[in-house]
Each structure stands twice: as C-alpha cells, then as structure tokens.
Design a protein around this ligand. Sequence first.
Ligand SMILES: Cc1cc2nc3c(=O)[nH]c(=O)nc-3n(C[C@H](O)[C@H](O)[C@H](O)COP(=O)(O)OP(=O)(O)OC[C@H]3O[C@@H](n4cnc5c(N)ncnc54)[C@H](O)[C@@H]3O)c2cc1C
Length: 219
Amino acid sequence: MSREMPEQLEQTKRTRIKRVPKRGSYQRSTLYQIIDEALVCHVGFVISGEPHIIPTAIARMGDHVIIHGSRVSRMIKHLQSGERACITVTHLDGMVLARSAMHHSMNYRSVVIYGVGETVEGEQKVEALDHLTEHLVPGRTSDNLRPYKRKELEATTVLKFLLDEASAKIRDEPPVDDAEDYQQEIWAGVVPLVLTPGVPQPDPKRVCDQPLPDYLMTR
Ligand SMILES: Cc1cc2nc3c(=O)[nH]c(=O)nc-3n(C[C@H](O)[C@H](O)[C@H](O)COP(=O)(O)OP(=O)(O)OC[C@H]3O[C@@H](n4cnc5c(N)ncnc54)[C@H](O)[C@@H]3O)c2cc1C
C-alpha cells in the first residue's frame, strides 16, 4: 500500500489550523506517530445533511489508514460509495489545571484526516485485517488464531484512506495563567493521563486453561 509521499503535507483550506497554529503540524512523521498509537478513531460523515460521528478501530498501513466493519454497516456502505469522511484520532495526555477555571486545558495529540475511502479487496484485505489485529494487540497474529472463514471475509469490508490531507495538533505544556494569577495560592500544574492495559481476564466460557501468551505478559 506504500508509495512515495512528501514528508510535509500541504495545508489546505480544510486543514488550516486557525487557533494556536503553533500547536499544529503537517509533518508526516508526526501524524504517523500519533496515528500509530491510536486504537480507535472517530469517523465523521454526512448523510442527507445529517452529520454522524462513529467510533471505530483504526490502524495505519503505509500511507493509508484502514478501518473495517460489517458489509451492511451504514458507515461502511456510505463511505464505500465514495462519500467524503473526516477521521479523527485523539490522545488525551493530561489535565491541565490552571489557577482559574477559564484557563484549564488539556494536553493532547490529535489528528484530523480528510478523504475518500477505497475498498481493500483480495489478498490485501486479509493482509489489512491481520495488520489491524496485530496493531490492536501486538503479537496476536494469524499464526496463533483460527483462520478466517470465507463467509466472515465476505461479511467484512475494509476501507483505506490515503493520508494526503491531514493535520496534527499537539498541546504539551503547563497551564497558561494570567500574569497576576501566578501569585494565587492555588495548586496548578498537569495531571498526566495514560491508557494502560489491565490484568488479562480469561474467557469464562473456556473449556481448557491456556497459559497466558507471552505477548500479553508484557502488556
Ligand atoms: C482532547 C482535546 C480537547 C480540546 N478541548 C477544546 C475545548 O474545550 N475548546 C476548544 O475550543 N478547543 C479544544 N480543543 C482544540 C480543538 O480541537 C480545536 O483545535 C479548536 O477548536 C480550534 O480549532 P480552529 O478554529 O483553529 O480550527 P477549525 O476551523 O475548527 O479547524 C480547521 C482545521 O484545523 C485542523 N484542526 C483543528 N483542530 C485540530 C486538532 N485538535 N487536531 C488536528 N487538527 C486540527 C483540522 O484540519 C481542521 O479541519 C481540544 C482538542 C483536543 C484534542
């Protein structure tokens, strides 16, 4: 799926960040880093003038992001027909506590992607599904899973979106208070937030006890 793409994405009318543009980036490497840490995205689209935003899993494959879903899902059917989408990825990295409620903020890394989906077929589809699984749970590969059934593959659609119109925005700083408020005796600073996996819980319907795979032990 990879092809030669410029490192710096062109800013378009759609992707130009207006507020605090110094936090914006159009560097492909920055965008890719943010996307690669994401497990979910939000896909925005409009049907008959009505906006919809649907959360779903995401992975990057080369210069595309991929999403998948049931062949009959409204989102998939709509996007497969060539309608435009706006896909966002958000990492909430910290609560920024200022001395005034008005200056409270959040530290974050986010990406906004615009584009049209392309259906991934054949071998590439299987490759994309495998890639998505391994992105979500590193180590969980087709080698240690039951193979796909043909009807499962038929019932599933994979869409890819080329990363050629997108922006990133990053806030990574302490609170910004009014100058006179730094004298206030109020705690201020950043409370970091991190998404971490919990202890794996074996399926209660298991018929035999399998040891925890190595790739889950390090998580
Ligand atoms: C977790 C989180 C919390 C936030 N909370 C607030 C809040 O409470 N209030 C608030 O005003 N803003 C908040 N923001 C920032 C918000 O996402 C916008 O950046 C902001 O509304 C300013 O948009 P704008 O008018 O510059 O751009 P818009 O005109 O809205 O957008 C123009 C283009 O800029 C790019 N862009 C804008 N924002 C982002 C972004 N975050 N990431 C990547 N590309 C972007 C997109 O390509 C977009 O199409 C938050 C962001 C995050 C990630």
